[in-house]
Write a protein that binds this ligand. Structure first.
Ligand SMILES: [Zn+2]
Length: 329
């Protein structure tokens, strides 16, 4: 068989083109998607976890799935922001990333557990706090923030994570690490059912019972048990009861989807919606923002300025601080 130099030449050209194409595909796969342009009028997810435990159920996320949620959020450029920062409109996540808020309701044991190791208590790496702390250690740029809506006077197993001997240690740990403790009433009272004095006592006493462990700690936000408002919203916001004064900057609901940007006219801190962190709802909202990236809050990385698309500039609220610079793009 004689070799045809013409054919060999054509074959080598084809081969070269194929290799170039394969390289281009490999490179595209390795390069992350183009960064999103800043849009600080976009929406923010406030995620709502209940039990971190087995098996996965309507109100339960397994430790493995919770870890996977953190991985997914991180990979999609979400970074943890505290609720306090959101309400104060001081979102400090890096440029090109989106703040996400984690909340944990009802202080069930799987959220925060100590186990004995060599005779000393250590945080259970399979509990919510253990998983979150490990993830933050591995990815320091993810940020560290979450709000725990605890029940100081509930019956077991929802009373302050269900390890009486570690109650104080846990609440202090949370505060020292920069997490927030939120008000969820003393024992999960349905606030729509009670007169003003009972509503206020439930809220005031929750704060007092928290202060037994963390002196002077004031809850800054309240999550409504069952999502039910008292007859007057003002009762949940501020007042005096049982000898204590409480003041809340935000009231959280149990559902409602992604929240408006804190810079938007639609941001209502007395009706903050949340997304239940269960498989279906998480998948829906993560997919939603993949399909609608322009609706997602994307930070410009500058706390002193907010960057907004010109086309939606009219959504800016009017009561923003005067020294806050507005940049249109
Ligand atoms: Zn609850």
């Amino acid at each position: 068989m004689t070799r045809n130099p013409g054919v060999a030449f054509v074959l080598s050209i084809v081969l070269a083109i194929l290799i170039a194409l394969l390289l281009a595909v490999a490179l595209a796969a390795a390069t992350p998607a183009a960064p999103l342009p800043p849009n600080e009028l976009g929406r923010v997810m406030i995620l709502e976890y209940h039990k971190i435990d087995y098996p996965e159920e309507r109100w339960t996320r397994t430790p493995e799935n919770f870890r996977r949620d953190l991985e997914t959020l991180y990979a999609r450029r979400y970074r943890l922001a505290s609720l306090g920062a959101l309400v104060e409109r001081k979102v400090t996540v890096p440029a090109g990333t989106t703040p996400v808020v984690l909340t944990f309701d009802d202080s069930s044991p799987g959220q925060f557990r100590y186990i004995e190791k060599n005779g000393a208590p250590v945080i259970d790496p399979k509990s919510g706090v253990g998983i979150l702390e490990a993830f933050v250690r591995e990815h320091p740029d993810f940020g560290r923030a979450a709000t725990f809506y605890v029940l100081p006077g509930a019956s077991r197993p929802n009373r302050l994570f269900d390890q009486p001997e570690y109650e104080t240690r846990k609440l202090r740990y949370l505060v020292e690490q920069g997490y927030e403790i939120g008000n969820h009433t003393l024992w999960h009272a349905n606030l729509g059912k009670y007169p003003e004095s009972t509503v206020r006592a439930q809220i005031g006493e929750a704060q007092i019972w928290i202060q037994r462990h963390v002196p002077d700690y004031r809850t800054r936000t309240i999550a409504l048990p069952h999502g039910v408002y008292p007859k007057e919203t003002a009762w949940a916001l501020s007042g005096t009861a049982k000898g204590t004064t409480y003041r809340h900057d935000a009231i959280l609901m149990v559902a409602g989807g992604a929240a408006a940007s804190p810079f938007s006219r639609n941001f209502d801190p007395t009706h903050l919606p949340r997304i239940q962190a269960v498989e279906k709802d998480l998948a829906y909202w993560l997919g939603y923002f993949e399909k609608n990236p322009h609706e997602r809050f994307v930070s410009d990385g500058d706390v002193a300025a907010i960057t907004v698309p010109t086309a939606i500039r009219d959504r800016l609220r009017r009561d923003l601080p005067r020294d806050l610079r507005v940049i249109e793009r």
